[in-house]
Design a protein around this ligand. Structure first.
Ligand code: ATR
Length: 549
């Protein structure tokens, strides 16, 4: 179930958040600690507060009115869905909330509010079990038929007493145990999931922050009762919250279940990735019961454990794990070892992982449009003389791809030693002649003129925010070259524009990006349809008609 946690600073704002998300949620949590006034703040400037009893009464009345209003708004919109269940929460500052008032007053407000009615659930912390006041609130809630969510919070990371705290949340039958712990890394995430798994169901298990986002989305598969969300445009109630619309539309949350196949993009950071938009859209368009999540991983040694717990079937791999992931693989297409990079891995039926590099397929695919196709379907580059600018990881993939297609290559780099190392490392790949190398400077013009059928630009020169730079400003295009820049922000770099204006055929990085995504998608789809897994990443021609976001 999707639960919207309000973050508005007054009841009218909280109702507005409910209205704005009313189609996407099943439950509402009033985070009354976000209310700026009226909830027992200590008076500013040391003035005298009204007597506690009076404060509690007035706050409880506000809460009761809110519950009535929220239920009315819901009933008007969803007359056939039964009353809205509302959770009442006043989260203390030390638990990651906003309430800074007296504890005795908070408990008094909660006790009054549950007695007055309107709330289906009350969030109470596990430490209250040890205090007389806390037990009194518990008893009041039970008498009023309000179900208690018994929570343990650790907003700063996994605490030494996680096991004790988690155990306490499950001390009383009938209550819903909940742990909400910040995951400061993948090890934390695993610990939180393990602690959560020991809790009886229904339970609520939350790993806060970017490392826990994947587990939030997968809450229905992990046995978690609900997933808390924050409204778009407002404050975030807790780190890692998604919006209800993201959960429903992007991740199709309501359809997630035991049989959903789970895919992820792993990297660090990874929350900015557009891959979930692309792959989830393909899954939706193909009618497949599969989901694709962002999974931030800081320690790849934990990948196997995490993949088991989150039931991953396949992953896209991005920075900084493309090379290190190879240790996890029990097999891979030849390109993965040759260029020391894997960007796609699939879990085989025996549980082992097999690696591909669809960046390579994506790099080669647009070249078929310019050079035609060889008998094997790949671009016809036999004997074509090319220059590659750069000698980093991206250049390595490009040079390997070109050599594997029979091209002859000149590598230009600011640091010629790196170009040499790259040439030596790839010499003999696919039986091609060793690439030549030169320093990236005017003196190389003579050599470039011999290797200028295709020019490939792989450095970050010209990429935002450096879009006014041209890596080859000393070179004048003849108009006969094919110019290929793998940079895709901006869509046309200064260098590529110059080539186009000189009459060259040009390929932008977007074409490569789309082709690699399509190639990766074809791998996922083959796996989902139970087809035999291909030995190599397929050519990134766009078999799906889908375009990455
Ligand atoms: P990637 O994996 O994206 O290829 P990389 O391994 O850091 O990244 O490689 C960056 C490439 O861009 C290198 O070829 C680098 O040249 P050096 O080997 O001399 O460092 C090149 N590069 C980056 N900024 C550059 C600049 N301002 N001028 C010239 N070359 C540059």
């Amino acid at each position: 179930m999707i639960c919207l946690s309000t973050t508005a600073t007054d009841p009218a704002g909280a109702l507005e958040q409910l209205r704005g998300n009313i189609e996407e949620i099943e439950l509402l949590e009033l985070r009354a600690d976000f209310f700026a006034a009226g909830l027992a703040e200590r008076p500013a400037g040391g003035g005298r507060a009204p007597p506690a009893e009076k404060q509690a009464r007035s706050a409880a009345e506000t809460l009761q009115r809110f519950a009535e209003d929220a239920r009315r708004v819901w009933a008007e919109r969803h007359p056939d869905r039964g009353p809205l269940a509302v959770i009442l929460t006043i989260r203390r500052e030390r638990d990651g909330g906003r309430y800074r008032g007296e504890e005795a007053l908070r408990l008094r407000i909660l006790e009054r509010a549950v007695r007055q009615g309107g709330y289906a659930y009350l969030d109470l912390e596990e430490d209250l079990l040890g205090s007389e006041h806390g037990r009194a609130v518990t008893a009041a809630a039970e008498r009023a038929g309000v179900r208690i969510i018994r929570s343990f919070h650790a907003p700063n990371g996994v605490p030494p007493d996680l096991a004790r705290g988690a155990g306490n949340t499950a001390a009383r039958p009938g209550e819903i145990p909940k742990i909400a712990v910040s995951a400061n890394g993948s090890a934390d995430l695993l610990e939180i999931l393990e602690a959560g798994e020991r809790l009886r169901q229904p339970r609520i298990v939350i790993a806060m922050g970017p490392y826990g986002v994947a587990a939030r989305i997968l809450s229905p598969l992990l046995g978690s009762y609900l997933c808390y969300c924050s409204a778009a445009g407002g404050e975030i109630a807790a780190p890692g919250h998604l919006t209800p619309a993201e959960l429903n539309r992007l991740y199709r949350y309501r359809r997630l279940g035991e049989r959903t196949a789970v895919y992820a993009v792993i990297g660090d950071p990874v929350m900015h990735s557009r891959s979930p938009e692309f792959h989830n859209e393909v899954f939706r368009a193909q009618g497949l019961n599969a989901v694709y999540l962002p999974l931030q991983i800081d320690d790849l040694r934990l990948f196997t454990d995490l993949s088991r717990r989150l039931r991953l079937q396949g992953v896209s791999v991005t920075i900084p794990h493309k090379s290190a992931i190879r240790k996890v693989l029990s097999g891979a297409e030849p390109a993965v070892e040759a260029i020391a990079a894997c960007n796609t891995a699939l879990r085989r039926p025996d549980g082992s992982w097999y690696g591909y590099n669809s960046d390579l397929a994506g790099f080669l695919a647009p070249l078929a449009g310019e050079f035609g196709r060889a008998d094997d379907g790949g671009p016809a580059l036999e004997g074509v003389r090319c220059t590659v600018i750069g000698a980093g990881g991206a250049a390595r993939a490009a040079v390997y791809g070109l050599l594997a297609r029979g091209a002859e290559v000149l590598i230009l780099n600011r640091t010629p030693e790196r170009a040499e190392a790259l040439a030596a490392g790839l010499a003999g790949a696919a039986g091609a002649p060793r690439p030549r190398t030169a320093r990236l400077e005017r003196a190389a013009l003579g050599e470039i003129a011999e290797y200028n059928r295709l020019l490939v630009q792989t450095t970050s020169i010209g990429m935002e925010p450096d879009e006014h730079s041209d890596p080859l400003e000393f070179y004048e295009f003849t108009g006969e070259e094919v110019a290929y820049d793998i940079v895709y922000t901006p869509p046309e770099t200064l260098w590529l524009r110059r080539a186009r204006r000189a009459g060259c055929r040009v390929i932008g990085g977007r074409a490569m990006f789309e082709a690699q995504a399509a190639s990766q998608s074809a791998l996922f789809l083959a796996q989902l349809r139970g087809e035999q897994l291909p030995a190599r990443a397929p050519d990134g021609g766009n078999p799906l008609g889908a375009r990455p976001g």
